[in-house]
Ligand binder design. Structure first.
Ligand SMILES: Nc1ncnc2c1ncn2[C@@H]1O[C@H](COP(=O)(O)OP(=O)(O)OP(=O)(O)O)[C@@H](O)[C@H]1O
Ligand SMILES: [Mg+2]
Length: 336
């Protein structure tokens, strides 16, 4: 990918934004402050309102209430094509009867650019995503990864200040998804564009983002850096959705587990990797199931009728009985 790109970037701010479909509150009074040049993800389960929020930022959807700002400008009443945004979709939304070059040129032609300028911008965008050799290739003969890059080039070509991604990697296989993810991150870093990325894949969000807003049922439940959210989830939902966690609400068990690293408050989140599994010391537990995951084995352990997940190194023998200690826990709000 070629270097020295367009460096314009503006932050995005949403203030009290809501959008209903009939009686369904798809987006329910959202406030967001996305710093200029940052990579910001909206993460949450299917149907929580991620795409609707993104469409409101792009102008493809109007909010019922609230305002959208890009930089200092209130763009709430501005048409999509007049906003400094570009969108990359999950299915790429490429025109199948066109070549790679024609697809990338499309958004420039509708902006009444001269032929010379269009040609230059198309080549420049294709170079950035390593697709310059495919200028005249029909998009129907591209692989999924190449289509993804073409869609990215089409977005970059219009030199937006904000780039919006709606699950752009979910059609790729795991290996390609990891590779493309790394390239996307590098490209974003070089271009310095404000990027807003929608995904339901917590690992993807953590790998890519400067900040993540976790969404649930139209609302934002917590915002922070990936590390903040992983290490200090505020609610049982965030703890479970990001990285997975054991949520314990049994006061009796909490008291028995209580030792170093265990708080004795209301509802506890204990990460599987924070459960120590040994031959002695701690509470006695039965290992009732296991899943070999390669680097680690996930154990389902039963302590007095409560099931917890623990992790041991993959090369370790799987015990049938263990003594369990808790190395860290966090008290969370119970929003299950
Ligand atoms: N145009 C529409 N008309 C009616 N309901 C809609 C419309 N768009 C979205 N919804 C509903 O609003 C809710 C939020 O939808 P949205 O597409 O924003 O979710 P999402 O978080 O992107 O989900 P997914 O991960 O499945 O893509 C869903 O219940 C959806 O069915
Ligand atoms: Mg969606």
């Amino acid at each position: 990918m070629a270097d020295d790109g367009h460096t314009g970037a503006k932050g995005v701010r949403l203030s009290g934004v809501s959008r209903s479909f009939g009686s369904l509150k798809a987006v329910d009074h959202i406030d967001l402050d996305i710093p200029s040049g940052s990579f910001f993800s909206l993460l949450g389960p299917s149907g929580c309102g991620k795409s609707t929020t993104l469409r409101i930022i792009s102008g493809f959807e109007s909010p019922d209430t609230g305002r959208v700002f890009i930089g200092e400008e209130d763009v709430t009443d501005l048409q999509a094509r007049r906003r400094p945004t570009a969108m990359v979709f999950q299915n790429y939304a490429l025109f199948p009867h066109m070549t790679v070059g024609e697809n990338v040129a499309y958004g420039l032609k509708v902006r009444n650019m001269s032929r010379e300028e269009v040609k230059e911008r198309v080549m420049d965008a294709l170079r950035r995503v390593d697709m310059a050799d495919f200028l005249k290739t029909p998009v129907t003969s591209l692989s999924g990864g190449q289509q993804q890059r073409t869609a990215l080039a089409r977005a970059v070509a219009i030199e937006p200040e904000v780039i919006l991604f709606d699950e752009p990697l979910s059609n790729l296989d795991v290996a390609l998804r990891h590779q493309t993810r790394a390239e996307l991150k590098a490209l974003q870093h070089r271009l310095g564009l404000t990027s807003i990325y929608v995904t339901h894949d917590q690992e993807e969000a953590m790998a890519l983002s400067d900040q993540i807003a976790v969404m649930r049922a139209g609302q934002i439940v917590q915002t922070g850096t990936p590390r903040d959210l992983y290490q200090a989830p505020n609610t049982a939902f965030v703890a479970s959705f990001l990285g997975g966690s054991n949520i314990i609400d049994d006061p009796g068990l909490i008291l028995k587990l209580a030792g170093k690293g265990v708080s004795t408050g209301g509802v506890l989140s204990i990460r599987p990797e924070h459960i120590g599994v040994g031959r002695e010391g701690g509470m006695k537990a039965d290992v009732v199931a296991h899943q070999f995951l390669g680097m680690q084995t996930s154990l389902t352990i039963d302590i007095e009728g409560v099931r917890l997940e623990a992790r041991i190194p993959g090369d370790q023998e799987i015990p049938t009985e263990a003594f369990v200690t808790v190395e860290a826990s966090r008290e969370v709000a119970d929003d299950r």
